[in-house]
Each structure stands twice: as C-alpha cells, then as structure tokens.
Write a protein that binds this ligand. Structure first.
Ligand code: AHM
Ligand code: MG
Length: 335
C-alpha cells in the first residue's frame, strides 16, 4: 500500500522509505536499510559519472567482461561501489552482477542476510564518453536456498519473485526510480544537499500513450520476417514516430514517462537478443508492469521466465500494454 503524501512537502527518499515501512507491521527495517544502501551507492556512482568529463577516468581498460565486451573504468568502479555498499551490511546473502562472472559471495568476516541483490552497475557504458545518459539497474529477491550464505538458485528466480526492482538514470539530472510492488516512485537527486527527493510519486505509463517505437533499426535485415512486418506497420499505417537513445535505462525511462514500445528483438547475429534477463529485463519488466505497462519476450511474459543461467539473454518488448500486445500478435504471425 502506498502512503498518501501531501504534494507540497519535501520528501526525502529516507523519509519515504520509513513511511512505507509503517504499512508493513511485520517489517524489521532490513528491507528499508537495503534500499537506503542502494540509494547511497547510486549517489556515489552519480558523483563519479558527473565528474567523468572532467577527470581522466574515461577510456577503456585492457580488461573484458564475461561477455567479451570491453569494460570501461566507470563500470568497474560502479560494480565495486555496489558490492562494497552491500557486502558488510548483514542484509544480503549473495549478489550477482553483469560485470562479474559467477555469484558474488559475502566475505566470511561479514554476516549474511536474507536478501539477494542482482545488478547491472552501469548499463550503456559505451555512451559515457559522448555524454549520453547511462544507468544502474537492480533487482532484489528473497533467499530461497537452505544455506546461510546464498547459492546460485537464489539468483535464478523468475521476475515474479522479485520483491523490489529499480534503476538510476544519470541524465540531465540523476533520478532513482523503484518499485516494491506498490506502484513506481521516482526521486530526483538534489546535488546541493545530496538527497534524493520524491519528484514522481505513483508513476504510470500515460494512457493513451505517445505512439513511439524504440529499436535499433540498423539490424532490420537480420530480423525475422514477423519483426520486419511489425516495424513496417508501426511506421506506416501505425503512424508511429521513432526514438532510440541506445541506452536501455534512458529508453525505458522515456517510455515510462511518455509511453511507447521499446524493443530489443532477437536477430540472426544475436539469436537471443542482447539484453540480459536477470540484470536488465526482469527488473525493468517489474517496473513497467507496476506502472501499468507490459513486458514480454515477444511470446510470453518476461516476468515468468525461469532463468537457467546468470548471464542469459532474452529478446525484449516493453512499454504501453496495447503496443506490446500488438507486437506479440505480429510476432505470432496472427496479423
Ligand atoms: P551494455 O550492457 O554492454 O552497456 O549494453 C547494453 C546496452 C543497452 O543500454 C542498450 O539498450 C543496448 O545496449 C544498445 O545496443 P545496440 O547498440 O545494439 O542498439
Ligand atoms: Mg547492461
């Protein structure tokens, strides 16, 4: 349940989380503390992202991540910030990150907790050196394994089991958007006081929404016939416009605020698409659906897919409900 908040009041994320906790008599405060810790990590990452144009932190390192992609310094920094913000708190059983190969255990010297945190520390990092918005995406599950310190099965849970999900977009301002299953709420960082302030309570994808599709159309010739027909329909009879930033968090943020259809389909070069189920698709699916939209892999709900491996990829369609349904019917060949 979402606590009513007088619109004229300045509400920090800390105040908001404490107020939300009051609606859960069983709450111990652990979950609230976890969200605080993530918000703190977001502020530290935001500070470094903002400084990136000023200091010589740009440029790729020699290292590659587990997907064979070049990792930039800020990715590794953001990864470390999140791990260090969470590993000593006693709230987390284990973690997984797009930038780390296997499970990230809690070091032996620290107590382990009941939550599992999965994150993409800095998505869209190829956009850093052209000053385009990038973001952090995270997802929280409850530990389900018997052991105290978490296991792979704790991370391999479907999106429907998420207890919370969120993202931070580092754009013209830094915004943190999250859901814990009671609507989607957005906070804007006021850098002068170092606080996230509630700016977008109860976010809903507008209805009717803007007719906008968002996809990397350069892959057109590699798409299935059905995918090609869908996009041809959208831009011709459909009367859609097009926007594609090429930064997932920023593209989804726009879709939440204005509506539309975001797609990262499978193609002959990437038969499972590019985006990862656990780090990118499932958390955003929870947010989009909590905001009244729909999230699909083209045939089934993204939230219901049972992950088989940490770094699994999935085709992805999300945004306004009617547009995702339209995409599904084209992909099924029924239109
Ligand atoms: P990354 O995880 O390596 O940063 O890649 C993910 C990014 C997303 O932010 C974006 O939606 C997508 O890659 C863009 O890919 P493409 O350049 O193929 O359109
Ligand atoms: Mg990513």
């Amino acid at each position: 349940m979402f606590a009513a908040m007088p619109d004229s009041h300045v509400v920090t994320i800390s105040r908001f989380l404490v107020d939300q906790q009051r609606f859960h008599s069983e709450a111990t405060g652990a979950f609230t503390s976890l969200l605080h810790d993530i918000a703190l990590a977001a502020k530290i990452i935001s500070r470094e992202v903002t400084k990136a144009g000023l200091v010589d932190i740009l440029g790729a390192t020699e290292e590659e991540n587990v997907h064979g992609e070049q990792v930039q310094k800020l990715d590794m920094f953001a990864n470390q910030v999140l791990i260090k913000a969470l590993d000593h708190t006693g709230l987390v059983a284990c973690m997984a990150s797009e930038e780390s190969d296997g499970l990230i255990p809690i070091p032996d010297q620290f107590p382990a907790g009941d939550y599992v945190v999965i994150f993409d520390p800095l998505d869209g990092s190829s956009n850093i050196d052209v000053n385009v918005s990038i973001g952090t995406i995270w997802s929280i599950h409850r530990k389900v394994s018997k052991g105290a310190r978490g296991a792979l099965e704790d991370c391999l849970q479907p999106g429907t089991r998420q207890v919370a999900a969120g993202y931070v977009v580092y754009g013209s301002s830094t915004m943190l958007v999250y859901t814990s299953g009671a609507g989607v709420h957005g906070f804007t960082l006021d850098p002068s006081i170092g606080e996230f302030l509630l700016s977008h309570p109860r976010m809903r994808i507008p209805e009717p929404s803007k007719k906008v599709y968002s996809v990397n159309e350069a892959y057109y010739s590699r798409w299935s016939r059905e995918q090609q027909r869908l996009v041809t329909h959208l831009k011709n009879e459909g009367g859609f416009g097009s926007r594609y930033i090429g930064s997932f968090v920023a593209d989804i943020h726009r879709t939440l605020l204005q509506g539309g259809l975001f797609m990262y389909p499978a193609d002959t070069g990437s038969p499972k698409g590019k985006l990862r189920l656990l780090y990118e698709a499932a958390p955003m699916a929870m947010i989009v659906e909590q905001a009244g939209g729909l999230a699909s892999d083209g045939a089934r709900s993204l939230m219901e897919i049972q992950p088989e491996s940490l770094h699994q990829r999935t085709p992805l369609y999300m945004g306004s409900r009617a547009f995702v349904e339209l995409a599904e019917s084209y992909l099924a060949g029924s239109v």
